[in-house]
Design a protein around this ligand. Structure first.
Ligand SMILES: Nc1nc2c(ncn2[C@@H]2O[C@H](COP(=O)(O)OP(=O)(O)O)[C@@H](O)[C@H]2O)c(=O)[nH]1
Ligand SMILES: [Mg+2]
Length: 218
């Protein structure tokens, strides 16, 4: 009983901080996107390709979260975009407090769009609000189309579901039709975007989706 109450208090405090983050981002009219997937599904690669296409049109920053290292933030920085690295030191997701501390280090008045790359995990990030406007998740073709059955929450809490690494499709038994049916069954409003950051397939639809979201905060 005690354990349940403590956990509830932690979640309530986190949700309150998440609401404050969102308020701060709204004040500066910044769209914020929480990117989630299992490790290696292609989050950083997607961000790098997105930045290449958008950095001359809008002011972007990235908050990178990993258990350890600053490898991903270094890659983003090399594209000329500010990136703040959060190391969770073992925690399988980021929380609203970590995002708040990263926001404090970014030049908010000079930004239009902030991506938060969450820790690679299909379970924990779906449970924790961090104060972003939209959740986007990637499931890569090599992971298999059955994952929505096994990890439904992350699919139900994401506004856009990207099927990444579509260039692997000819080598795979991934069934795009079945995947779309299951995701739509869980989350009828989800936008499903098949994509390959390697070949460029689907990138245009993704960019258009992002631009439509930007219009909503401006
Ligand atoms: N073939 C292929 N490989 C990709 C694609 N996107 C990412 N990768 C590779 O997948 C690996 C993991 O990508 P990364 O972006 O670091 O994944 P993250 O851990 O989700 O950030 C890297 O070796 C990428 O080059 C893609 O669309 N097609
Ligand atoms: Mg990464």
């Amino acid at each position: 009983m005690m354990k349940v109450t403590v956990l509830q208090n932690i979640m309530n405090a986190n949700d309150q901080l998440a609401a404050e983050n969102l308020k701060l981002l709204d004040k500066y009219k910044i769209l914020s996107i929480n990117i989630m997937s299992s490790p290696g599904a292609g989050k950083t690669t997607l961000l790098l390709e997105t930045i290449k296409r958008l950095k001359d049109k809008m002011r972007i920053a990235v908050i990178e979260a990993d258990i350890a290292s600053s490898i991903d933030a270094d890659k983003i920085n090399r594209e000329g975009v500010p990136a703040i690295q959060i190391n969770t030191g073992g925690q399988c997701h980021i929380d609203a407090n970590m995002v708040k501390s990263a926001l404090d280090r970014l030049p908010l008045k000079d930004l239009d769009l902030i991506f938060v790359e969450n820790v690679g995990n299909l379970i924990c990030p779906a449970d924790f609000k961090i104060g972003t406007h939209k959740n986007v998740m990637l499931l890569s073709v090599p992971e298999g189309h059955d994952k929505p059955y096994k990890y439904p929450l992350i699919f139900t809490t994401s506004e856009a579901v990207i099927i990444s690494k579509m260039d692997y499709l000819p080598l795979s038994d991934f069934d795009v039709k079945v995947f779309k049916e299951v995701v739509t069954g869980l989350n009828p409003g989800a936008r499903i975007l098949p994509m390959s950051a390697r070949s460029g397939e689907g990138m245009e639809d993704w960019i258009m989706w992002l631009e439509a979201q930007l219009k909503q905060v401006n």
